[in-house]
Design a protein around this ligand. Sequence first.
Ligand SMILES: NC(=O)C1=CN([C@@H]2O[C@H](COP(=O)(O)OP(=O)(O)OC[C@H]3O[C@@H](n4cnc5c(N)ncnc54)[C@H](OP(=O)(O)O)[C@@H]3O)[C@@H](O)[C@H]2O)C=CC1
Ligand SMILES: Cc1cn([C@H]2C[C@H](O)[C@@H](COP(=O)(O)OP(=O)(O)O[C@H]3O[C@@H](C)C(=O)[C@@H](O)[C@H]3O)O2)c(=O)[nH]c1=O
Length: 289
Amino acid sequence: MILLLGGSGYVGSAYQALFQRKGIAYRNLRRAEVDYTHPATLTEFLRRERPEFLINAAGYTGKPNVDACELHKTECLFGNAVFPGLVAQACAAAGIPWGHVSSGCIYTGERPDGSGFTETDAPNFTFRQNNCSFYSGTKALGEDVLAGAPDVFIWRLRIPFDHVENPRNYLTKLMRYPRLLEATNSISQLHEFVAATFACWEQRIPFGTYNVTNPGRVTTHEVVALIRESGVCEKDFQFFASEDEFMHVAAKTPRSNCVMDSAKLAAAGITLTEVHTAIAAALRSWQRA
Ligand SMILES: NC(=O)C1=CN([C@@H]2O[C@H](COP(=O)(O)OP(=O)(O)OC[C@H]3O[C@@H](n4cnc5c(N)ncnc54)[C@H](OP(=O)(O)O)[C@@H]3O)[C@@H](O)[C@H]2O)C=CC1
Ligand SMILES: Cc1cn([C@H]2C[C@H](O)[C@@H](COP(=O)(O)OP(=O)(O)O[C@H]3O[C@@H](C)C(=O)[C@@H](O)[C@H]3O)O2)c(=O)[nH]c1=O
């Protein structure tokens, strides 16, 4: 049995859909049922139920976006930085291997030579640099807390999108925001992300940190062009003149926009679709809410 934490959330729901499609036995544990954020409760549960693998898709994101984390710092720090450490302790005590959903939003920009950040590059959008949102700072701390933990995958998801209209879906966001920020990003097709991360366990690739983004990079203008070509939304998309204007008008805290390199995962034999192709495919099978 696979134990899923946070399975009722946006990312967790995609894991549930994957397991149901593949006929994999899993259990979605909810805090309301068993308070898995309480260390002794989680350890006891793991020792009793003995899942073969645990996926931590629980965390604090802020809704509708990370701006909300600036107002809920205690929950954000606990959910993203303290809680992963508690899961690590419980899994180590019970001898359960596991995977943690982290975020690529602990980077900004690209490498000095223009290439994407690899897993060996230190995050540069963190409390250490004092340039980040509270959310990104806590996600980077969560990775710090897990440094050296045994038998854990750290999977970096970035700005998820798929074919289903949803306020959390990047494509929906771009269609609904009154004005857009021009940026270059590596992003993750949500269903490819959950399939690729579970494949890490199924194929028993080495534990460690993996960037799980669709290969390549895409600009906001390119995504908008794909949306318009698809016919899903033909509105006249408006852009901010600069990041300063975006920060002044639409955001409370800086956003991570960054390019990531997913070659480590590919070298382990797990591949995702090239990013423009994946966006076009999502738009081709677009499902309205
Ligand atoms: N959505 C995104 O854009 C991205 C998300 N991520 C990461 O993926 C993980 C899941 O995100 P997402 O699915 O969007 O989040 P959601 O808010 O949709 O779901 C998170 C789930 O986590 C559980 N949970 C446990 N502790 C907390 C807490 N302190 N605060 C809030 N929820 C908690 C809840 O489940 P219950 O109460 O039922 O147990 C909740 O349903 C997070 O770690 C996030 O940082 C990474 C990159 C991008
Ligand atoms: C608010 C806003 C954002 N944007 C841009 C900024 C950025 O490039 C992109 C996403 O910004 P948002 O504010 O929607 O999303 P944000 O909350 O920053 O999204 C993040 O959520 C957390 C949970 C993560 O871990 C990230 O990977 C990412 O998905 O949209 C606009 O173009 N216009 C807007 O009005």
